[in-house]
Design a protein. Structure first.
Ligand code: BGC
Length: 722
């Protein structure tokens, strides 16, 4: 039995059924295991629903599309129940009760429905599902039917729906279906990338029944005596040619073996694996059940998306929970999701960084295409590491398309990735990783910046023109304070990394430097750029100017624009927004979060906060958590707590109105950062020692979290007193 506290802090429930929130709940009730993500669509299907089954790394660039898309795979979920010939559906008959529960602790979704047919028979239907953490290819479902009033004849029909698309775009060809002996096998391949896909669903029923197969589905028919229960187990194994040349064989073998083991045994193993997961990743907050559940929910969504056994894939901005941003990977992964994993699941963090390492070639191609040396990471990335940001928007109502510049000019991502590599290295002390992989990322991106920085001879300083900082409302600006500061920091770190390599791993270091053509002259230039990088600021107050000319823009008072869910650049129009000081998301404040004390003294941080906080639209879900983190550090606890609640309920309460497209994964990771780095005040000092400077919300009785520091798992427990 689950305790009342656990019920309130580990379970996310929906009751009663709300058809108007179909897409929201589909997203938040996604189950996954780092290989697959399956949206919380209902087994019986509803008009307008968005069944989505995604696995990491399967992208396809369809004809006519601007960029590749993550591919929606055949839907393994469909199970239709008929009671005395009447199809169960929550819009017919009478729903006497409904509760859907995502158990975050066990990563399992359950729906219970009391349903009365038009003939007065009452059944209880229980639908359970989980994506196995111990065998990542398996999606397990169980459907239980209990006769509460009457002894109906039951028919259960199961299928795998291959008529799926990505919002109308067809990515699958050569679809074959084979149904026999309680098994459904669907195979297909992607139209252009040519990945082979196989889903095999194996079934077993707990009672005697007749079984028919009709080429599309399996049909079990049986009599269900009053007060009896029958359950159907459906285990779908998903394989692609990324795992082996014959995915159909792999899927069949896995589904059959799983059926032999049985639902209960596989669920027990899955729960044990999740217990291990939570052992290090759970943050316990006493005195605030709202916050407690929200941080677990956020952590759950990062954990179910984090690849466990594959270092060539990464987490898209919307995880595997929706088709938003076409599954592409942004800086969201490195700066928002990764810290939680670096500190609590370092092996998974390593996998994600290796994705960038393996895709260095794509980054080098991009640098070359723009006339630079070194590696320039794509703003959006998919399976090959090439730039996948679309250059044009969808047609506007007047038919025109807007040019999207982020793929060209949001170049700070190269430093963000270097930052993440260095954070991983500092927290883990994983020298082997750094020597073999990490250093190459940090150094080759530094090579890029060394070429990219522009020398202004008149002012004897280095500048960067045509940039997009985190605040995407202002495009193609000169001297973004965020970007210039990160580049300066990055080049300093690259020089330090080079020295470290030559001191501690001379042979490997020299080989790497030779391979990347990092000469003394190049290093001297990096030092010069770092020393003379121009960072615009108000000389008197020390407030950074977000970019050249920002202080001269129109001031815009946001005070009366509440409650507002629509972005201000949409309301004002893109042109006007560019001319005003309204900013999309944390930009200078993001820099404060990342650089901490290196940004400057607390008074300076406060002055920058005071200037920028009133200007922020939170037009990106990345923004509130970053602000919460910095506000906590500044001791602005009321603001920090409000911002934390905002960030942690973006998905739970659909605060931005677009959760249908998928989970805001950066916000989820950001919530953990707001607590760990903000309220708990955890950081590493210059020597890499763990520091704790807590600033807890007054009503929190205690916070406990775990952190791997240089391979040792530490428990940090803070109470109001100590
Ligand atoms: C934000 C970016 C973010 C992207 C994907 C945009 O709206 O401005 O910072 O990387 O969404 O989440």
């Amino acid at each position: 039995m689950i305790s009342p506290v656990d019920r309130r802090t580990w379970l996310v429930s929906e009751a009663p059924f709300n058809p108007f929130k179909l897409h929201h709940t589909e997203t938040i009730f996604t189950v996954g295991n780092g290989f697959m993500g399956v949206r919380g669509t209902f087994e019986e299907g509803y008009s307008g629903d968005m069944p989505t089954t995604l696995v990491h790394g399967i992208f396809n660039h369809a004809e006519g599309d601007l960029v590749p898309d993550i591919v929606n795979l055949p839907n393994p979920l469909p199970v239709q129940v008929r009671v005395d010939g009447e199809a169960f559906h929550m819009t017919t008959g009478k729903v006497l009760g409904f509760r859907r529960t995502l158990d975050l602790k066990r990563a399992a979704l359950t729906r219970e429905v009391l349903w009365r047919t038009s003939q007065g028979v009452v059944v209880k239907l229980t639908f359970e599902r989980f994506a196995s953490l111990t065998d990542q290819h398996l999606l397990l479902q169980r459907v239980r039917v209990r006769a509460l009033l009457g002894s109906p004849r039951i028919e259960i029909r199961s299928s795998v729906d291959a008529q799926v698309t990505n919002l109308g775009v067809q990515h699958l060809a050569d679809v074959h279906r084979q149904v026999d002996a309680a098994e459904i096998l669907v195979t297909a391949r992607t139209t252009h990338s040519n990945y082979g896909i196989a889903i095999c669903a194996a079934h077993s029923l707990s009672a005697e029944s007749s079984l028919e197969a009709d080429g599309e589905s399996l049909r079990y028919t049986f009599n269900l005596p009053h007060e009896n229960e029958v359950s159907l187990t459906k285990i779908s194994a998903i394989y692609t040619t990324r795992q082996g040349a014959q995915p159909a064989e792999l899927a069949q073998k896995a589904a059959r073996a799983a059926l032999t083991k049985g639902y209960e045994a596989l669920f027990a193993a899955h729960c044990a694996a999740w217990e291990q997961y939570w052992h290090t990743s759970d943050v316990q907050i006493e005195g605030d059940e709202l916050a407690q559940r929200a941080i677990r929910f956020s952590t759950y969504h990062v954990l179910i998306a984090a690849p466990r056994h594959d270092e060539r894939v990464s987490i898209g901005a919307k995880t595997l929970s929706g088709l938003g941003y076409k599954g592409h990977v942004f800086w969201d992964t490195e700066l928002f999701m990764l810290p939680l994993l670096i500190v609590t699941q370092p092996k998974l963090a390593r996998n994600l960084l290796l994705y960038r390492y393996h895709n260095l070639e794509g980054a080098r191609n991009k640098a070359r295409a723009y006339g630079y040396e070194g590696a320039m990471f794509p703003w959006e990335s998919a399976d090959t590491g090439e730039e996948t940001t679309p250059q044009w928007s969808h047609p506007q109502p007047d038919g025109t398309r807007i040019r999207i510049w982020t793929g060209d000019h949001e170049q700070h991502i190269s430093s963000d990735i270097a930052y993440a590599v260095l954070q991983y290295w500092r927290w883990t002390g994983d020298d082997e990783f750094f020597v073999k992989y990490g250093a190459e990322i940090v150094l080759d991106t530094a090579v890029f910046w060394g070429c990219r920085a522009e020398y202004n001879a008149a002012q004897d300083r280095y500048e960067l023109s045509m940039q997009i900082g985190p605040d995407e409302y202002h495009e193609n600006v000169n001297n973004s304070a965020f970007t210039n500061s990160m580049v300066r920091w990055h080049l300093q770190q690259a020089l330090a990394a080079r020295d470290w390599l030559l001191t501690h791993h001379r042979e490997a270091g020299e080989a790497l430097l030779a391979r990347l053509n990092i000469t003394e002259a190049r290093c001297a230039k990096w030092a010069d750029i770092a020393a003379k990088m121009y960072i615009p600021r108000d000389a008197e107050t020390g407030v950074l100017e977000q970019f050249d000319g920002f202080f001269g823009l129109e001031r815009f008072d946001l005070t009366h624009w509440q409650p507002r869910t629509v972005n201000l650049d949409w309301i004002l129009g893109h042109e006007r927004a560019q001319r005003t000081m309204v900013i999309k998301q944390a930009d200078v404040v993001m820099l404060m979060a990342l650089l901490g004390d290196q940004f400057g003294a607390l008074e300076l941080q406060q002055a920058n906060w005071d200037f920028y906080y009133p200007l922020v639209d939170h037009g990106s879900s990345l923004s509130p958590s970053t602000h919460a983190w910095v506000a906590a550090r500044l001791g602005l606890l009321e603001e920090a707590y409000d911002l934390f609640l905002y960030a942690s309920h973006i998905d739970l309460d659909d605060l931005k109105g677009n959760v249908r497209d998928g989970i805001h994964a950066a916000a989820c990771g950001g919530v953990w950062q707001a607590v760990a780095f903000g309220f708990v005040g955890m950081s590493l000092d210059e020597r890499g020692e763990l520091q704790i400077k807590p600033k807890l919300p007054a009503h929190w009785r205690s916070v406990t979290l775990r952190a791997y520091h240089r391979g040792q798992l530490k428990t940090v427990r803070l109470t109001a007193e100590s």
